[in-house]
Design a protein around this ligand. Structure first.
Ligand code: GLU
Length: 476
């Protein structure tokens, strides 16, 4: 294999796809049909800003409509291009299939550096972009449902939802046209941190399986594991924060645009996050060594490496120097196809993007269902559940009245047992279940087939099998 030339992001995804279908038994026509991106819409529009018209270029790519609506985020970044949105749309198809979110795959992007514009300007640009997409049904509750991605968040989603509503005043399901909205605009509890939470749940599930840990040469639990995270955006921040504060992992390195912070005793993730918000970068942060060539920290010793920023950061130029035995791809496509080969040969275990960052779209699915059902999860059942528990507890108390001290309840049992689940707890439970189930589906393929020796290939096989089944059912 030629190891000097790196393929494009889309070619890289296609190569990973082809590696998996090579061991599957798909009819050749279907193999090609699933792989190709159905359509990519490019739009150029002008917005009057600062006294003159500025032209922007945006995309919305639809990879597969085997299920509708199609789903996937909208990214704001200067590097956005057709190849990238098509690669990302393809990953959305496979990701949704893997976690059983009933969507096809789509992705959008706008070539823009959002930091160059103020809030009002961004609103004008976003509304205009949303208008261009909505008028072609590329934003629509039953056809195409965007969500946040790099450079966008709940603020942009609220503008998009409002724009769609203005254009579709009689659509009772208008709120379901986009997910990742703020709570007061039809959002759901737990969506903002969902992707980071999903990374945490994925790692917890991985660490439940001795055989899998052994493949990475790891033992024990997440407690005390050294973690290096690249990118302290929404995904990286939440993943690092939860792993450190809830699982006892030690974040020894944080890589950002202006360099990396390293501290073998552990970095305070919230303090670094606050520092970046205030100073625009990690430079000058006390309590850590600053490494100006940040990317070199990807090659530092650690137990778990979490690339949570851009695609292609681990590539043929650095893959052979990466020391982490376990990499979890919180970003989409952080490891190129060539680097994937190098790392696999070295025995590195990679928890692939398609699975690792699926927490976002999973909770998006819950939000979409909430919007369509027009009721918050838990609203009907919670108090009734509490009342039934109350009944049992008071009956137990009555029965044990005269039985002495051994029969008294532990002090906080009653309060804990009686509390019915609120929306956030239900979302977490649904996300945890989804991440566990999808991992188990992958590892089943990983361990049961001789021709599959990594999780990425297993993830593609699980996902493609599901997509193929739905094409077959449709008679295509
Ligand atoms: N942009 C996120 C992703 O890449 C979320 C997509 C969604 O929620 O639809 O998975």
């Amino acid at each position: 294999m030629n190891r000097t030339k790196e393929p494009s992001f889309r070619e890289s995804v296609d190569m990973m796809y082809s590696r998996a279908v090579a061991v599957m038994d798909l009819p050749p026509g279907l193999e090609e049909k699933i792989k190709v991106c159905n359509a990519t819409y490019t739009v150029r529009f002008g917005v009057r800003l600062r006294g003159q018209i500025q032209t922007f270029t945006g995309y919305r790519s639809v990879h597969s409509e085997h299920m509708e609506p199609v789903k996937g985020g909208i990214r704001y970044a200067m590097g956005v291009n057709q190849d990238e949105v098509e690669a990302l749309a393809a990953l959305m198809t496979y990701k949704c299939a893997l976690v059983e979110a009933p969507f096809g795959g789509s992705k959008g992007g706008l070539c823009i550096d959002p930091r160059q514009y103020d809030e009002h300007e961004l609103e004008l640009i976003t509304r205009r972009f949303a208008y261009e997409l909505a008028k072609r049904d590329l934003i629509h509750p039953s056809q195409n449902v965007p969500a946040p991605d790099m450079g966008t968040g709940e603020r942009e989603m609220a503008w998009i939802a409002d724009q769609y509503r203005r254009m579709n005043t009689t659509d009772i399901n208008a709120a379901a046209c986009v997910t990742g909205k703020p709570i007061n605009a039809g959002g759901i509890q737990g969506r903002t941190e969902a992707t980071g939470r999903g990374v945490q749940y994925a790692l917890r599930e991985f660490f439940r399986h001795e055989e899998d840990k052994a493949k990475a040469g790891l033992t024990g639990t997440l407690e005390g594991k050294r973690v290096i995270v690249q990118g302290l955006g929404n995904v990286g921040y939440h993943a690092a924060k939860f792993l450190a504060s809830e699982d006892g992992a030690i974040v020894t390195g944080i890589i950002e645009r202006d360099g990396a912070l390293v501290n073998p005793d552990g970095l305070d993730v919230d303090a670094v996050h606050a520092w970046i918000a205030k100073n625009g970068g990690v430079t000058g942060f006390p309590d850590a060594k600053h490494v100006s060539e940040g990317a070199t920290v990807l090659e530092e010793e650690c137990d778990i490496l979490i690339p949570a920023a851009l695609e292609g950061v681990i590539n043929l130029t650095n893959a052979d120097r990466v020391k982490a035995p376990l990499i979890i791809e919180a970003a989409n496509g952080p490891i190129t196809s060539g680097a994937d080969d190098v790392l696999r040969e070295k025995g590195v275990v990679i928890i692939p993007d398609m699975y690792a960052n699926a927490g976002g779209v999973t909770v998006s699915y819950f939000e979409w269902v909430k919007n369509l059902s027009h009721i918050r999860f838990g609203r009907m059942g919670r108090r009734q559940e509490e009342a039934r528990h109350e009944l049992i507890v008071s009956e137990l108390q009555r029965l044990s009245q005269n039985l002495g001290d051994a029969w008294t309840m532990t002090p906080d049992f009653k309060a804990k047992y009686l509390k019915g689940a609120d929306e956030l707890e239900l979302v977490r439970s649904g996300l945890d279940d989804t991440m566990r189930k999808a991992y188990q589906d992958m590892r089943e393929v990983w361990h049961s087939r001789d021709d599959v020796d990594d999780l990425r290939m297993a993830s593609y096989i699980v996902a493609i099998t599901k997509v193929a089944a739905s094409y077959r059912a449709k008679g295509l």
